[in-house]
Write a protein that binds this ligand. Structure first.
Ligand SMILES: CC(C)(COP(=O)(O)OP(=O)(O)OC[C@H]1O[C@@H](n2cnc3c(N)ncnc32)[C@H](O)[C@@H]1OP(=O)(O)O)[C@@H](O)C(=O)NCCC(=O)NCCS
Length: 188
């Protein structure tokens, strides 16, 4: 636990930043998570699928809260010795303020907690914003799955982070967390 100088009464754990908190998702969060997904994805998970993920020992599902309101979430599943990003979303009005980066830094830490050194994911070829986010953390393109998304038949770009312990990757994770400790969330 750490106390921020100049901000009395705010006690920070390693994943809590002022009024921003990242914590494990629970069944009580399902409705709020899916309401974000309904605004950012063309097809959202079913509540039962999400509940399955939340109770699986192979999964880490995290939510980011601002003053007790869920504004984003991420999902990671362990498949053999690899992590797979199952989902990542920030509510539209909170995008562009570093919260996606904070969620991804946190997800990388969860992967390390699960003894994983590599992470993979699929992202729509047209979703450059998400691709930029992943690239920032060292993910590189590793192939294409044609017609992967059933709603539009869009191709998926496979992205791959081959070494979570790489010095540059660790630095990005650390700097992202530190930036948040120093600046907090920028919008109201
Ligand atoms: C992808 C998503 C999670 C990013 O969240 P966010 O809070 O906006 O992310 P950040 O503010 O931390 O930005 C992260 C990086 O994304 C990139 N980025 C952000 N906004 C961008 C934009 N308008 N255009 C292009 N790249 C952009 C930048 O590389 C940025 O890093 P930088 O600010 O250090 O340059 C969010 O846009 C989202 O929820 N999108 C809809 C759901 C989705 O596409 N999920 C991914 C599924 S694979």
């Amino acid at each position: 636990m750490q106390k921020l100088i100049g901000q009395p009464e705010i006690i920070l754990s390693d994943r809590m930043v002022g009024e921003i908190e990242i914590r494990n998702a629970t069944n009580d969060d399902v409705g709020k998570i899916l309401s974000i997904d309904n605004t950012v994805f063309s097809t959202a998970w079913s509540p039962s699928f999400l509940r399955q993920q939340l109770c699986s020992e192979k999964c880490s599902h995290r939510v980011i809260e601002k003053t007790d309101t869920i504004i984003g979430h991420s999902g990671l599943i362990r498949l053999h010795d690899e992590g797979h990003v199952t989902t990542m979303a920030v509510s539209p009005k909170n995008q562009g303020f570093g919260l996606g980066s904070l969620l991804l830094a946190d997800l990388c830490s969860s992967a390390i907690d699960l003894n994983l050194a590599t992470i993979t994911l699929e992202v729509r070829v047209g979703n450059l914003k998400a691709q930029n986010l992943y690239q920032k953390f060292g993910f590189v393109p590793a192939g294409v799955r044609p017609n992967y998304y059933s709603d539009t038949s869009e191709d998926a770009l496979i992205m791959w982070l081959s070494d979570l312990f790489d010095e540059k990757v660790q630095q990005t994770i650390q700097e992202t967390k530190e930036k948040f400790l120093l600046t907090g969330v920028k919008n109201g």
